[in-house]
Design a binder for this molecule. Structure first.
Ligand SMILES: Cc1ncc(COP(=O)(O)O)c(C=O)c1O
Length: 370
């Protein structure tokens, strides 16, 4: 089938460890009878992740959304938070569950992250924080955001769901802002099936989050703080320990896959590759932007043609969060022109280490001939 694939090609394939290794770990969990509540697997994963990410403090969670909700709560922020509409709904939902009002700021058209130049114009006496999203692992303008936060005394939180293990300006990405959230969802480079974490340089925040994720109880099991059940269980942790061993090699393979995409698409009029893959990046997505006027076909046409060839990319992030029925009435008053264009023109293509270069070339040919 020159115009398609016999078996479906999805946007990603999760990293799956050797089943025997998982079984061995399950055997240990069964022996101890400890299935959750920060047991041996959980502690081992915490240690391995601190080593991998170069941090001293980490709080693991049952998913990235709960992690972000708790992270925001741990900073005691109130009122309005300036954020990007070009993100996954979870970013905005974490604010809403905290009773915080999202104030949408337009994005930079190249990086597709929050446009730092436009942040100051949205600050008022109710603003308490900036929530940036390192979308597709394109890093926010962290230096400028840092300057703004100091000038106006604002907290800075990063939704780094796409940026596991990224190094920016020679330092780990979690070093920026008050805290960062990484997602360990099955679609992410590193996964615990579902899971996530918060990393902060401030160990008081980590200590507080450790309590908050376990019903706000201290070591005497007295409730002393805001609480939720945000615990990562032992089976998730066991999965994470084994998946982490595979991340380095997977990144190397994804870099090769991205080189093939680059060689086929980077010089095509009307197509821009929005992401780059190297060992300092998370290598999580391969995203293109299609300019309909110059390419001659819209993103939606390209998507439909790929779908009919049994290829299923994703229109990340469409529709724009600020256009969702739920938020439209209250929060969509600002100009969001670049975000709107991005939502209509971006396509995340299949991207995983076991995708062969022949298959990548075929996907690209379908795009080019559409
Ligand atoms: C930018 C962003 N933020 C937050 C999340 C939520 O993370 P989780 O699925 O781990 O709850 C996701 C996606 O999964 C995401 O893409």
């Amino acid at each position: 089938m020159e115009n398609g694939f016999e078996n479906p090609i999805y946007i990603t394939r999760p990293l799956l460890p050797d089943l025997h290794k998982i079984n061995e770990r399950l055997g240990k969990i069964w022996e101890t009878g400890i299935l959750t509540n920060m047991g041996g697997q959980h502690r081992e994963l915490e240690g391995k992740l601190c080593e991998y990410l170069g941090c001293e403090n980490i709080t693991l969670f049952n998913n990235g959304t709960i992690a972000l909700m708790a992270g925001l709560k741990s900073l005691d922020i109130k009122g309005e938070v300036i954020t990007s509409p070009f993100t996954f709904p979870a970013t905005i939902q974490a604010l809403e569950w905290n009773g915080l009002k999202p104030v949408f700021c337009d994005i930079d058209p190249v990086s597709m992250t929050i446009d730092a130049e436009k942040i100051e114009g949205l600050i008022n006496e109710n603003t308490s924080a900036i929530l940036g999203v390192h979308v597709f692992d394109n890093i926010c303008d962290v230096k400028r955001i840092d300057g703004i936060s100091k000038k106006y005394n604002l907290k800075v939180v990063y939704d780094a769901a796409h940026s596991f293990g990224s190094i920016h300006n020679g330092v780990p990405i979690w070093e920026y802002g008050d805290l960062s959230m990484f997602s360990f969802h099955a679609t992410k480079l590193f996964n615990t099936i579902e899971g996530g974490c918060i990393i902060s340089k401030n160990s008081d925040i980590t200590d507080r989050l450790d309590m908050m994720k376990s019903f706000g109880r201290n070591s005497d099991v007295r409730v002393v703080d805001w609480g939720i059940n945000g615990k990562l269980n032992e089976v998730q942790a066991a999965m994470g320990i084994e998946v982490l061993k595979l991340v380095g090699l997977e990144k190397e393979k994804r870099i090769k896959v991205s080189e093939t995409y680059n060689s086929m698409l980077s010089d095509v009029e009307g197509i821009r590759i929005v992401t780059n893959a190297d060992m300092n990046k998370s290598c999580q997505y391969l995203v293109i932007e299609i300019d309909e006027d110059r390419f001659g076909k819209s993103r939606d046409m390209v998507n439909e043609t790929l779908n009919s060839g049994n290829v299923f990319p994703r229109k990340y992030f469409h529709p724009l969060c600020s256009d969702a029925e739920w938020y439209r009435m209250d929060y969509s008053k600002n100009e969001l022109n670049h975000a709107r264009v991005a939502a209509e023109s971006v396509l995340a293509l299949p991207f995983y280490g076991s995708l062969s270069s022949e298959d990548v070339e075929k996907i690209c040919r379908i795009i080019l001939n559409c």
